[in-house]
Design a protein around this ligand. Structure first.
Ligand SMILES: *[C@@H]1O[C@H](CO)[C@@H](O)[C@H](O)[C@H]1NC(C)=O
Ligand SMILES: *[C@@H]1O[C@H](CO)[C@@H](O)[C@H](O)[C@H]1NC(C)=O
Ligand SMILES: *[C@@H]1O[C@H](CO)[C@@H](O)[C@H](O)[C@H]1NC(C)=O
Length: 423
């Protein structure tokens, strides 16, 4: 069974190779950026179970963003932890130097590998040939925005742990070009050293909502609004899009209030109030899903977590109703970390996430994962850890978001979801 799982991922890696082969340095017209699977993803083939384990580490990472917790904790030392899956093209500096930067809604800052970086694996940005590059001075307001910044001579520096990578960077600013727009004076970490395997090969552009994120540094142009459509895992063309700014956003889109949780101010929260399986509302105590600005509990929409994890009482209710409807004549043993699997092609009930004012009914491709040979199909969700800092946090992951447009309108505190085939 595990062999099937491995095949699925190898297939993915081959597709990713094709993505990397695309050479055109052009930006898409307008404010759309093509979004694709990172060509720099893991070389080895992880199993589903490993992916779930990585998601658990990711949960800890998201949780570690909580105010007052200064350490980014990582459960395992595996290099692939938190490797964001999706990249876009960005032009850094003047004239622009093109890099394929990872995008991640669970991060704020941008980190760009700079010339001479020790341990960076691919293309780097050369500050010396950019006429607009400026190191950020120690004691400047931007330097103060980085919680762990320190002064090295006159330069603002920071060290950060990202997954299994330890990153050493100096803070700088330069023009960043995205989709034909230029943002001048963009503050980012110019990475000088990256030890460990988690650092995205050509850097990272954080789409979170904190002060150093893309949306916070481009409010004049993009008005704290963006949307994205993540392509399907299985797609062969797999180009999605990141659309920046209010222009061109869907007008008729279902929305729910976008919440800000002071405990984790970088993340996008929404009020998940219930879940339907096959049209029936499953029995979840309201307190299990409740948004709580004091504890940080609630539901986060994250592009860097693959599989949705629901707080234990919610997952148990969904799984039990799902199993009841499926019957157990074709029930199979668990596969990887998924505990609800079937050995025949299955027709499954729909799953609906009920947010305040917005119901999102997912098609099967968003909650069933198949082995390559199609012999085993599993419910592609899991229970969240119950203890400690993660308690009470559910995360809607990228598998459940694929082929939907997710609209983040932070200016108007709205989160929109619409089905869109972007693969
Ligand atoms: C950051 O890391 C570098 C290299 O590992 C080290 O020399 C420096 O002391 C560290 N700085 C801080 C503030 O931890
Ligand atoms: C099959 O159904 C029986 C009776 O409802 C239940 O006890 C058992 O756990 C089920 N097995 C699986 C694999 O779902
Ligand atoms: C969502 O579904 C529930 C239950 O079917 C229904 O009562 C509610 O009105 C729906 N909400 C919206 C916004 O359509």
């Amino acid at each position: 069974m595990m062999k099937e799982a491995l095949l699925l991922i190898s297939f993915l890696v081959i597709l990713v190779g094709v993505a990397g082969a695309e050479e055109s340095p052009d930006f898409s017209p307008g404010n759309d950026l093509k979004i694709f699977y990172s060509p720099f993803r893991r070389k080895e083939s992880p199993s589903w179970n490993q992916m779930l384990t990585e998601d658990k580490s990711r949960m800890e990472f998201l949780s570690s963003l909580a105010v007052g917790s200064s350490v980014v904790r990582v459960a395992s030392g595996r290099g692939v932890t938190q490797n964001p899956t999706y990249v876009v093209r960005a032009g850094i500096g003047t004239p622009p130097q093109t890099l394929l930067v990872a995008v991640d809604t669970g991060n704020d800052a941008a980190w760009i590998p700079c010339s001479g970086c020790d341990g960076c694996s691919s293309a780097t940005f050369a500050p010396s040939v950019s006429s607009t590059f400026k190191p950020t001075r120690c004691g400047s307001p931007q330097c103060a925005l980085l919680p762990k910044a320190s002064c090295g001579g006159d330069a603002c520096r920071f060290n950060v742990t990202y997954g299994s990578s330890d990153i050493v960077a100096t803070v700088a600013e330069d023009t960043v070009a995205l989709a034909g727009d230029s943002i001048s004076g963009y503050t980012f970490g110019c990475v000088k050293k990256a030890a460990g395997g988690s650092f995205p090969a050509q850097g990272l552009l954080g789409l979170g909502r904190g002060p150093l994120s893309l949306i916070s540094q481009s409010t004049g142009i993009y008005k704290s609004t963006f949307s994205y459509c993540l392509p399907s895992f299985k797609s062969v063309s797999f180009s999605g899009s990141l659309r920046l700014g209010p222009a061109g956003q869907p007008k008729r889109i279902k929305t729910t209030p976008l919440l800000r949780n002071p405990r984790r101010s970088s993340l996008y929260y929404a009020d998940l109030v219930g879940i339907k399986v096959g049209g029936r509302i499953v029995d979840i105590p309201a307190s299990a899903l409740a948004f709580n600005p004091v504890s940080g509990a609630g539901t986060v929409i994250d592009s860097g977590t693959v599989f949705t994890t629901l707080v234990q009482p919610a997952y148990a209710a969904v799984r039990d109703e799902f199993r009841r409807r499926m019957g157990n004549s074709t029930a199979a043993s668990s596969l990887g970390g998924f505990d609800t699997c079937y050995a025949a092609p299955i027709v499954v009930p729909t799953i609906t996430f009920m947010f305040a004012g917005m119901n999102v009914t997912l098609p099967q491709e968003n909650f069933i994962i198949h082995s390559t040979a199609g012999r085993i199909s599993c419910l592609a969700m899991a229970a969240a850890g119950e203890n400690g800092i993660n308690a009470g946090v559910s995360v809607i992951g990228s598998f459940q978001q694929q082929n939907h447009r997710i609209l983040i309108d932070a200016a108007n505190s709205k989160l929109g979801v619409a089905r869109e085939l972007c693969s």
